[in-house]
Design a protein around this ligand. Sequence first.
Ligand code: ADP
Length: 515
Amino acid sequence: MDELGEITQHLLRFSPDALLVVDGEGRIRFANETLTQLFGYAAANLVGQRMDILLPERLRGSHHHHFSSYALNPLAREMGARITDLFGRRADGSEFPAGIRLAPFRIGSQLFVAAAIRDMTERRRINEALIAAREEADRANRAKSRFLATASHDLRQPLQTIRLLNAAMMKVPRPELRDILQQQAQAIDSMIRLLNSLLDISRLEAGAITPELVPVDLEEILEELRAEFQTLAQTRGLELHIVPVKAVVQTDRILFHQLLQNLVGNALKYTDRGQVSVNCSLGKDTLTVNVDDTGIGIPADKLDRIFDEYYQVDTHGTKRMGVGLGLAIVREVAQLLKFSVAIAARPGGGTRATVSIPRQFLTTVVPVLEPTIVAAPAETENRPRIVLVEDNDAVRVATELFLKFEGFEVMSAGSSEDAERLFSSVRPTDVVITDYHLDADNTGLDLIRDLRRRQGVEIPGIILTGDLPSLLRRSGTTLPACRFLPKPVDTQALIHAINDLSAKAREAQAATARG
Ligand code: ADP
């Protein structure tokens, strides 16, 4: 026999898979040695037998049926859709999960079917281990979601209370306590930042956020950032330049705002002297938003790690002010929005973060060249009266205390029902501050709408909510003379919103009076 002939012989006898040939009646006509070893039979005891002998008894009936229909339309294919369905039975009665491939052929008019059979025990074990691991991961993920839901809800209220009490105590004229209270305030703030970042990154990484693309006015977003960061810039002694641009971007408003917010926040955090500026420029294929600072900069060898979760450049020593999640959030958001973000050293010192928005997302772009330099908001003389509606007792008491220490007159109610009693005495320049979740039937938004309808005036309103992003998504367009602030509320932002809304309400009143 020549070499090829010998190879063929060996291959047939000792093929890696067990080989079997049955005729159109389902009788075994050939079995190789791999098969006899796998099933524990001698070949002589198999040839001429019905192939059922190789199957567990419980499967023989259905197999017979399958074989008859296969014989009518024989095709080369894998047998059984799932590997869990097929089993072989050894001579000693033991079973093993089997993978079987079929290939029909004819000699003359007679049909034969060749089968390659493989013991799938190991594969099945791995598969089961994978399923178990997957179930375990799903279970852990559900536990994480439950934890996050609890964290977001149950931690926000007490944190809110502590923050407000701290701000109220700052107003007590005890200079010896000031340092302690200021340190306490910093600790509270970093706790709140951590909580918010953890919630954001988990939601983003869990894929729980689907961007909702709408036309977003970039000028408006820039204006919001200016309003949001001007106080911080002033307290840090920095100039904040935000160059407006008339551009409409088709994107998710909340995520886009969050992305820029993290970049501007970082620029201010890591800059001790000089300025932070936000400029936009239109290139051939992209609109670029640059956030520049004159701060401490980032060492070149650290640049490729700063987008990692929890990574912080360690040279800042005591300056550490975050938890290392800001840029991880930026990375995830940019990916969702299909923008690209790069961070590099700014020529002349400091850092430049660049957001590139592909042209396909742009509707209109008209750059406005003169930079606006932010000035301090004028301190308002006439303090508005506050109508506070909050169902959590601790938060209500703390908010009332804080507002009174800030010099406001406050009327408060613990439910929407209680609030109704105050409605008749509300004046058009009062500011209503309300929790969004009041009771089963009413939200803070309903309350403000109801009050406005009764009084026929747009009474200014501030709505506080633990889950600002979902609220903004649900309520769609914003209500005029109404602000939404996240809980735990930033006390500065709250005061700013009150003063701003009431100044506008007074202007509106004066205009009406002039006729
Ligand atoms: P963090 O919460 O620490 O600010 P981020 O993920 O936002 O975390 O940023 C990661 C690290 O990158 C920061 O700890 C900081 O060291 C560095 N970094 C980010 N932005 C700037 C910047 N504008 N200037 C200097 N360093 C920065």
